[in-house]
Design a protein around this ligand. Structure first.
Ligand SMILES: *[C@@H]1O[C@H](CO)[C@@H](O)[C@H](O)[C@H]1NC(C)=O
Ligand SMILES: *[C@@H]1O[C@H](CO)[C@@H](O)[C@H](O)[C@H]1NC(C)=O
Ligand SMILES: *[C@@H]1O[C@H](CO)[C@@H](O)[C@H](O)[C@H]1NC(C)=O
Ligand SMILES: *[C@@H]1O[C@H](CO)[C@@H](O)[C@H](O)[C@H]1NC(C)=O
Ligand SMILES: *[C@@H]1O[C@H](CO)[C@@H](O)[C@H](O)[C@H]1NC(C)=O
Ligand SMILES: [Zn+2]
Length: 312
């Protein structure tokens, strides 16, 4: 008769003991897991530390020229610090206005004091812009096997960029980011600041990485502090008006930055060099080449930005 309560008490103690052991093991796992996965607001300090020493850096360059204008200092910083990098060029380089400027004879070039009539069609423009991009990458010592041409068509005008075409572009960039994340889970993704950085209507190729990143973080697939967003059009402003949510002084990499820009200024038509980058955005090229600052924005922020960019 006395054995029964003893038996139950023993069972209860065993049960409680096991429960305690289980909790002791599980609790830290749960705590680590939840704190790791809670959406942490991106702060100046976390992003600065990330930019300073990323485990892997992955760049998404909108166009052939944005690398030199906006990203060159950071790429040079990563290369100098032996940080593994990957560079994805988004656009195919299509630019019919530029083709007209270089080939139609109908546009005056202040730089060369002439109307250019080079025998260049739209395909030539894409090809030569990409050559300039590859020369800029070579100037920055980016190994060729780390350079990836996404070759997505740039429809150029707001009318041609229908909502469907824009979604296709954004989804391609999104897939690329997620594929990179699967391979390099701790990578920092460097995009252009398409939402905050514009000169007239927002440029779809600059916006795609921003929108893709916003969707990815909203779905909790990657944390917001894995993204940094770079401004390009900010270089239309005089230095005192260049503004972003965060800046970093990378002026020690100005020499590399300069030769990256010079890849877009190389002009020797007899040898197939047309300085297309310089013909396309001379002010941006001139202004960025002497600026050692990178201009960055955060994805998740509450800052409202007075961003009505005036062209100098
Ligand atoms: C930003 O992150 C916070 C959590 O830190 C979240 O509550 C908020 O919804 C996010 N905002 C946007 C616009 O994603
Ligand atoms: C050169 O282009 C300008 C427009 O910028 C035009 O007014 C001019 O007539 C052109 N010159 C020639 C020789 O076609
Ligand atoms: C960036 O750093 C360099 C070298 O330390 C310095 O000369 C320059 O004034 C700094 N630029 C800004 C805008 O702070
Ligand atoms: C760019 O700089 C070059 C050399 O300093 C100068 O000749 C040219 O006029 C500048 N172009 C613009 C658009 O500011
Ligand atoms: C730009 O923004 C400022 C501050 O909000 C405003 O005073 C100015 O009128 C704006 N300029 C244009 C061209 O919209
Ligand atoms: Zn010219």
């Amino acid at each position: 008769m006395k054995q029964k309560p003893l038996y139950w008490r023993k069972l209860l103690f065993t049960f409680l003991g096991s429960l305690a052991v289980c909790l002791l093991i599980l609790l830290p796992i749960v705590i680590v897991y939840t704190t790791k996965n809670l959406a942490q607001p991106v702060t100046y300090a976390t992003l600065q530390a990330e930019i300073d020493r990323p485990e892997v850096s992955i760049y998404y360059i909108p166009h052939q020229d944005d690398d030199a204008i906006a990203f060159a200092l950071s790429i040079a910083h990563d290369v100098a610090n032996n940080i593994p990098i990957q560079v994805h060029l988004i656009s195919d380089g299509a630019n019919h206005d530029l083709q007209q400027n270089m080939a139609s004879g109908l546009h005056y070039c202040k730089w060369h004091n002439t109307n250019h009539s080079f025998p260049l069609d739209d395909q030539d423009i894409s090809r030569i812009r990409t050559q300039e991009f590859l020369a800029s990458m070579a100037a920055l010592n980016v190994p060729p096997d780390k350079i990836h041409l996404m070759n997505l068509h740039d429809y150029q005008t707001p009318a041609a960029w229908t909502a469907d075409l824009y979604d296709q572009l954004k989804d391609s960039v999104k897939k690329q980011i997620l594929a990179n994340h699967a391979q390099y889970p701790n990578a920092l993704h460097h995009c252009s600041s398409g939402f905050f950085d514009f000169d007239g209507p927002r440029n779809p190729v600059h916006l795609a990485c921003w929108d893709a990143a916003a969707e990815i973080t909203k779905a909790s697939l990657i944390q917001a502090d894995r993204f940094a967003f770079y401004r390009t059009y900010v270089f239309y402003q005089p230095p005192s008006h260049r503004w972003s949510q965060m800046t970093m002084n990378f002026s020690q990499f100005l020499p590399q930055h300069r030769i990256s820009v010079q890849a877009y200024q190389a002009y020797d038509p007899a040898n197939g060099q047309y300085a297309l980058g310089m013909h396309s955005v001379p002010i941006l090229m001139n202004n960025t080449i002497v600026d050692g600052i990178i201009y960055l924005d955060f994805l998740n922020n509450t800052v409202q930005v007075p961003n009505n960019v005036t062209v100098l």
